[in-house]
Design a protein around this ligand. Structure first.
Ligand code: GAP
Length: 469
């Protein structure tokens, strides 16, 4: 009988588990690490690849109206003039003039103040806190005047470091899609409504990165730009809100931990006429997982203006021409992986012993099945290895013969392996193995010849987080 401690997850526990099991660790750790930069180890790579694969599957494989793209990270610098990033992709930076000299985002300090002020006097207008009254959250010191700080990382193309050679690491993948709108129209033989999907690294010189993978300076985005006839934009916006919410729910996030939040007018980006965020209830509170924006015709018009190329759709039959409007679901692969781990993390008592288990959706689990000989002798390891080799042709599988069976189960539970296959003396006699379910802990005897089929069936079956009870 298992007893579960309810939602025991904290960010510290996730960080510790990621380090302990080699999912994620600080980058360049032997040099003391680089602030808020992380490297993914084996299980982390597999988990994040599964998140991205699930996204590609929903966006491209299961649809006829979206095509894939992989644009370069380095783009012509005019891109960022056209997109508005050169001028407007800034955060208001303030520095503590007191003891700690820390740098902060003024809007974050204001948001904190607003929460505190609303607790004390709900009717007050928090935006109205005069600047001179804002204080350093760390040491209470006075703050400098805010300065607009551009978040794009700069570098130079070629050997000469001069203004003419200045380029940027892309702060979003979206612009790679917009500049390829014409190419895609021509080669993919699509007409609006259709979309272009892309997954790749983006870079932002965030003033205050933090909360582990939640906000880093180098991260992966999964973005799709959906080009539609202008009068269909609002309907498609609503359609994508629902689709994207369902994607997270289908992959097992608990419904009471995911919500949609509409942006107020003063939160909207310069390009957006409507945005809603999919938010997840992280241990740090409700925070953005993905933004879904109605970008109108802003981007295509800007690139047309700056490049001199027409960025419109022309119907070859009717001759009708228009600049499509764009609906953009923009997600973060690292942030999604973090949310899936947080949602999956569980601790329970089983027969007087505690276990930590990642109850990941089987589709996301880094390893689907672990093959474990009960004892490391009597022909069991050889037979287990044979079974493992059969399985790994079909799914991500692992063979583990090291340590007591209890320790090996604990290791597999912590990396979220949904199925354990144990080979014991009976296997040698009647060719059956024990199949252990990570969540229910149920153990069933399965003929070896039926194992792959049984695992395939269980992996494909609908899955619901056991944390829902
Ligand atoms: N093209 C629109 C765009 O980039 P965004 O809301 O700035 O919109 C989309 O970013 C998603 O990218 C976010 O919802 C988040 O998941 C991820 N993301 C953004 N900045 C991030 C950061 N510093 N660290 C990790 N993920 C980030």
């Amino acid at each position: 009988m298992a007893t579960r401690a309810h939602d025991v997850v904290t960010m510290e526990k996730i960080v510790a588990l990621c380090k302990r099991r080699g999912f994620v660790f600080p980058s360049s750790e032997i040099y003391g690490g680089l602030a808020s930069t992380y490297d993914y180890g084996h299980y982390g790579v597999l988990l994040k690849s599964n998140v991205k694969a699930a996204w590609w599957r929903a966006m491209v494989q299961e649809r006829d109206d979206i095509v894939a793209l992989d644009a370069a990270i380095l783009m012509h610098p005019r891109t960022w003039e056209a997109s508005g990033h050169l001028e407007g992709f800034t955060d208001p930076l303030v520095q503590c003039l007191g003891r700690c000299k820390k740098r902060w985002r003024e809007d974050h300090i204001r948001a904190e103040e607003a929460v505190m002020a609303a607790d004390e006097a709900p009717e007050a207008d928090p935006g109205a806190v005069p600047r001179e009254e804002l204080r350093c959250p760390e040491c209470g010191g006075e703050l400098s005047e805010p300065r607009n700080f551009n978040l794009m990382f700069q570098t130079f193309i070629g050997p000469v470091q001069e203004d003419a050679a200045r380029i940027f690491l892309r702060p979003e993948t979206a612009q790679g899609i917009f500049v390829n709108f014409k190419n895609t129209l021509q080669f993919a033989r699509k007409k609006p409504p259709f979309g272009i999907a892309q997954v790749g690294k983006s870079f932002r010189n965030e003033i205050t990165p933090g909360n582990f993978l939640f906000r880093t300076r180098e991260f992966e985005q999964m973005e799709m730009e959906f080009f539609v006839p202008p009068d269909e934009a609002e309907n498609w916006f609503d359609y994508w809100l629902e689709e994207r919410m369902n994607w997270y729910l289908d992959l097992g996030l608990r419904p009471d931990h995911v919500r949609l939040r509409e942006h107020s007018a003063d939160e909207l980006s310069h390009y957006s006429s409507a945005t809603s965020d999919v938010e997840y209830l992280f241990p740090i509170g409700w925070s953005e997982l993905e933004g879904i924006a109605n970008r109108g015709d802003f981007d295509l018009n800007q690139h047309a203006r700056f490049s001199g190329e027409k960025m419109e759709y022309v119907d070859s039959g009717s001759g009708e021409r228009f600049v499509p409007h764009v609906i953009e679901p923009a997600a973060g692969a690292d942030r999604a992986a973090l949310a899936f781990m947080v949602d999956a993390y569980d601790e329970e008592e089983v027969e007087g012993r505690s276990r930590t288990v990642l109850r990941l959706h089987p589709r996301l689990a880094p390893v689907k099945a672990a093959v474990l000989p009960l004892v490391n002798k009597d022909g069991q390891p050889e037979l287990a290895r044979e079974i493992y080799e059969e399985l790994r042709a079909l799914m991500a599988a692992e063979y583990d013969a090291g340590g007591s069976i209890g320790r090996r189960y604990r290791r597999q539970d912590e990396i979220g392996t949904p199925f354990g296959v144990t080979v014991d003396h009976q296997t040698l006699e009647d060719a059956t193995v024990t199949l252990r379910d990570r969540d229910s802990l149920e153990q069933t005897r399965v003929p070896r010849a039926e194992l792959a089929g049984e695992l395939g069936r269980r992996l494909a079956a609908p899955w619901r987080s056991p944390k829902l009870g």
